[in-house]
Unconditional design. Sequence first.
Length: 598
Amino acid sequence: MCLYNRGSLLLTLVFLIMGLVDTFAQCPTVTTPTQTFCDIQSPIVGDLVAINNGNGIRWYGTPISTTPLSPATGLINGEDYYADDNSGSCGTRQRVDVVIYGAPVGLNFQGVCVDDPGEAIIADLVASGNDIRWYIVPNGGTPLPTSTVLTDNTIYYADQSNPFTGCRTSRLSVFVNVGVVPVPVGNTIQEFCVDQLPAPTVANLVASGTNNWYSTISSALPLEPSTPLVDGASYFATTVDPPCESVERLEVQVIFNAPNDPGTNGTIDICETDVISTQTVNLFDGLNGTPITGGIWTGPFPTTNGSTGTVNITTMTVAGSPYIFTYTVDATAGCTESTSTVTINIIPPPNAGIDGSVTFCGNATPTDLFASLGGTPDTGGTWSPALTSGSGMFDPAVDPDGTYTYTVTGTPPCADASATVTVTTVPPPNAGTNGSVTFCGNGTPTDLFASLGGTPDTGGTWSPALTSGSGLFDPAVDPAGTYTYTVTATPPCADASATVTVTTIPPPNAGTDGSVTFCGNETPTDLFASLGGTPDTGGTWSPALTSGSGMFDPAVDPDGTYTYTVAGTPPCADASATVTVTTIPPPNAGTDGSVTFC
């Protein structure tokens, strides 16, 4: 059973393979895998070539598509097509790549640039393709020889051939413009000034027409217009008429010339005080650099001695300064005439003023010595020896007497100027400081000078005037009040004054001594009445009386001397007076009695 089945299977496979071989033998054969056409042939699928092996030919767009292409379907350049037979079941289909040649590739507008119109020919036109031919018509006609002279503003046509079939393609139309750009003309040597500003560049080169400039006869890249020129170098110009540029080039050599040297600007400074003594100066000596001789001087004053430029300066003033003179030398190739200037400055000399002197009081406020200079000195000078203030302020309290020099720095060539101030300091008077004093009205005369504070000078005067005619105050005759002591000053010092305020205290009055005699049986009596004069009340008695006051009681107080004292207000001393008391025994008449007479 198993052997039978296996044998039947093998037999079936053999018949199947034999059938497939017979089928494949009828599939078309592609012998030209790349097939080419010209676009004017309008190739279609029916133009594709394959060998029919007996079962017909069908063409497909892909290796596996099931719908064949119509024979009238137009072919597409660059596409691939696949051959099969009428059954469409050949299996792996053979591929054909299609190339369709069209018009040559090129610009539709082409400019041909020549130096002469007859030089533009067909050979100057550009198109890419195989076996290019040019025509004057879009279709038909006879190809033009490559030496045919081109006509400006004309359309020419080009086709190409299929290198495999020889067919001709459609034609490329080209509008031709013939540009005639002659070689520029100009000076082959062009000169510039070495100190020209701004510095010469390629833009300063000159040639006919519109130009490009190159560094060599064959360099491809034109120079930028801002490229600086180099002395002795050559530059090459073409004529440019876009899109054309001349083939040949004009060579120009650049030469830099140095201008005649007038030197560089200078100045001559002359102090006003030297104008008369100097009289003349040579302007040429005031130029800097390396000026050449032979130039011409012009300016506000005439000059002599040619390029030496001798000028009389005796009438020049500070007010008219500066005086500017111009020195001019001739031009050189590429350079204009050259000039430089010399400026004469008349410099005003410094003014320190005129020597002066000043006297200060020793107690004066600080004062600027500048005010003691005579004339009209310039400010901004310096003083020597230096003052304590660090400026010109003289302080009599700290700066010593002497001669002080004021110096004003001169602007060269003027020398410095100086003047002096001689300073004298006068000691100020001293009246001391205010004081006060109190006197007892019965005090002795006293000099008020002792009542001033400080250390006053002697020799002053008092006001109001004292009775003594000096400074002695007599409390007995001079009234209390304020007395001013004045010391006369030596100019420029002012008089000095101080005051003494005087107070006078009235002295106490105990009256004058007295005496009194009492009868031993009298009533108590006040001893005050026994004092002479006009004693002050309120005093005290000693020794003390039995009454505790001034009442003397003859019955109990002993005879003797009793002192009455009145206390004084300082500086007054106490005052005293005495009363001498004498007591007389009274008479004795006995006592009353009676007697009987007969």
